[in-house]
Every structure is written in structure tokens, then in C-alpha cells.
Design a protein around this ligand. Structure first.
Ligand SMILES: Cc1cc2nc3c(=O)[nH]c(=O)nc-3n(C[C@H](O)[C@H](O)[C@H](O)COP(=O)(O)O)c2cc1C
Length: 201
């Protein structure tokens, strides 16, 4: 049997994580024949909609574009560098934006946090439907503002590519190598601060 070139993407088999989290990763190979249907797209957005947020402020806006439309092409044009190579094959590109201030001009302090959490929910929903997600910070915020009417206190933070993973996608050599490279993370010992040790006496 041919070994799975993407097996290094999944953490150790001993992980107790739910499979949808353990098996998630951010591919660049998307299937250009996959079409995002409306009910699926609505379900992804609903997952974001029902995410928690500070004081239920829901400080997010999702600019939705599907492949094969002028608005999708405008988002593609805003992408930086290699993102322009692979992202056009995604089924949809969603520009996830945070709302920076409320109706009275008050700062929505946790808006970036809330938006990130909403995108995480959308991602888990997509994965559980057999789709893949790849977020991109590499894009021009100015280009998005130029091409789309988003409102003054709305800031695009990330472009979210959603589609069906294609293991045989035709990627340039450097991207192909990264595609099957193992995922790595800092050890828990590096990122977890034990309260007992950190407590000032
Ligand atoms: C806010 C944010 C910005 C990112 N920007 C890019 C990007 O511009 N281009 C890209 O190829 N990947 C981008 N990524 C994907 C990360 O590189 C990726 O999530 C990380 O390397 C971990 O890999 P994994 O998602 O497969 O576990 C971004 C991810 C996040 C959350």
C-alpha cells in the first residue's frame, strides 16, 4: 500500500482530541471542480454567527465570495505572494472583518478575539462537513476597502479560503513540499504556565 503523504499532518495517534480538531490542517491544494452550495455556505456562516462574543457584541462581518464571480476575483487580486497561486482554487473566499467600535463610538476591545473565535467555529464546522479551511493574513486591506463598501469601522483581518482538499493538486514545487511537511507545535511545557509555579509569594 502506498504510504499516505499527508499522514504527518495529524498529531500522535495517542491524542485524546476530537478527530475534527486533530485532523484539521491548512491545505493549499483545493479542488477547482468543487462548488460551494448555498446550504453548506449558510451552515458555515451560522457556525460563526453562534460563536460567543464579549457582551454578545458580535463584532464581525463576513464578506462572502464564491469562485467564478467578479467579487471572488477581486479578493484574489488583494492576496499577497504565493496566496495568489493556490487560493483561486478554493470554492469560496470569505473576508473576515472585525467591527472596531459600537454605534456610540465605544471601542469594541475584544473584537479581534471574538472574530478569531467565530472563524474557529466556522473552521470546525467546515471540517466536520468534509471541507478544508486555510486562513490568510497575506492580503491588502486597502485593496479590499477600495473594491468593497464595508463601512468605516469595519476592518478586514483575514481571508478565509474554504473548499475541498485535493491531494493531487498541481502546486509549484515549494508549495508541494510545504503541503506534505509535518505540522509542528511548541511543546505544552513551553506554552503552559503552571499557576502554582507562577504565583508570586
Ligand atoms: C491569522 C492567520 C494568518 C495566516 N496567513 C497565512 C497566509 O497569508 N498564507 C498562508 O499560506 N497561510 C497563512 N496562515 C496559515 C498558517 O500558516 C497555518 O495555520 C499554520 O502554519 C499552522 O498550520 P496548520 O493550520 O496546518 O496547523 C495563516 C493563519 C492564520 C491563523
Amino acid at each position: 500500500m502506498t504510504p499516505d503523504p499527508f499522514s504527518a499532518k495529524v498529531p500522535d495517534a495517542g491524542s485524546a482530541m476530537v478527530p475534527v480538531l486533530a485532523e484539521r490542517w491548512s491545505p493549499r491544494g483545493f479542488d477547482p471542480s468543487h462548488v460551494m452550495d448555498e446550504p453548506t455556505l449558510a451552515c458555515l456562516l451560522e457556525a460563526a454567527q453562534w460563536s460567543p462574543s464579549a457582551s454578545n457584541s458580535q463584532p464581525w462581518r463576513f464578506l462572502v465570495t464564491v469562485r467564478g464571480t467578479p467579487e471572488f476575483d477581486a479578493v484574489v487580486r488583494s492576496l499577497a505572494g504565493a496566496n495568489q497561486v493556490w487560493a483561486p482554487h478554493a470554492s469560496c473566499l470569505i473576508v473576515a472583518c472585525r467591527v472596531m467600535s459600537d454605534d456610540r463610538g465605544g471601542l469594541l476591545r475584544w473584537s479581534a478575539y471574538d472574530l478569531g473565535q467565530a472563524v474557529a467555529c466556522l473552521t470546525v464546522q467546515a471540517e466536520s462537513l468534509g471541507l478544508s479551511v486555510h486562513q490568510m493574513g497575506g492580503f491588502s486591506v486597502e485593496a479590499i476597502h477600495e473594491d468593497f463598501d464595508l463601512g468605516a469601522s469595519v476592518e478586514p483581518l483575514v481571508v478565509v479560503a474554504v473548499g475541498r482538499f485535493d491531494p493531487d493538486a498541481d502546486l509549484p514545487e515549494d508549495l508541494r513540499e510545504r503541503e506534505s511537511a509535518p505540522r509542528d507545535r511548541r511543546a505544552l511545557s513551553e506554552i503552559v504556565v503552571d499557576g502554582r509555579e507562577a504565583l508570586r509569594s
